[in-house]
Design a protein around this ligand. Structure first.
Ligand SMILES: Cc1cc2nc3c(=O)[nH]c(=O)nc-3n(C[C@H](O)[C@H](O)[C@H](O)COP(=O)(O)O)c2cc1C
Length: 180
């Protein structure tokens, strides 16, 4: 069947869901889930998120030039949903959702201690893209919990990164498909 054009992205799913944590210039913390997110360069290490125009996250990134991309595991699904609720600017979704902020090594924006991994980013550029803006960040520090990294790489079956389908529906891919 032909899709309504506005629904194309719903078929591009499930999508890795990240929690982007930021601080405003007064140091107030913020966090919000983003599933429009992808790596764009390995060297230098760059990633991109796409943000709708009115997000506090976007305002904070433009204000400070800093953000952290946190990878939540399946067990944080309730907190991720809570972080998507609109709170007044300056109120921390990290605290409201029962998560713990940590002090980042390279930037002032906090990371989320409960995450499987996190990437501290400095803003490279922002560009208009339709009803969103693309935000590209340079990763200054990348941390993964010891138990989820080995010589085999990322232990995704244990970490169970959260993947968004649509609305309130998520999945966590734990099936390994090995091509012989
Ligand atoms: C699973 C999930 C994924 C989302 N992905 C995005 C996204 O990629 N871009 C976006 O602008 N908003 C996205 N949202 C909506 C924002 O997280 C939501 O509007 C949030 O309240 C924004 O918070 P902020 O204003 O503090 O930045 C998503 C929401 C959920 C639940």
């Amino acid at each position: 069947m032909k899709l309504e054009l506005k629904d194309f992205y719903r078929v591009m799913s499930p999508r890795l869901t990240v929690l982007v944590s930021t601080a405003d210039k007064d140091g107030n913390h913020n966090a919000a889930p983003f599933s429009f997110c992808m790596p764009v360069s390995i060297d230098p290490p760059l990633l991109a998120i796409a943000s709708a125009h009115k997000r506090h996250t976007l305002a904070n990134i433009k204000e400070t030039g800093q953000f952290v991309v946190n990878i939540p595991g399946e067990m944080l699904v309730a907190a991720v949903e809570k972080c998507a609720e609109p709170l007044p600017k300056g109120e921390s979704e990290i605290i409201a959702s029962g998560l713990a902020p940590g002090r980042s090594e390279t930037i002032d924006a906090p990371f989320i201690q409960d995450a499987v991994a996190y990437f501290e980013c400095a803003l490279e550029w922002v560009k208009d893209a339709g009803d969103h803006q693309i935000v590209v960040g340079r990763i200054l520090n990348a941390v993964v919990r010891d138990e989820y990294w080995s010589e085999d790489g990322f232990a995704f079956q244990e970490a169970m990164p959260l993947l968004h389908l649509s609305g309130r529906n998520f999945t966590a891919g734990d099936r390994l498909i090995m091509v012989p």
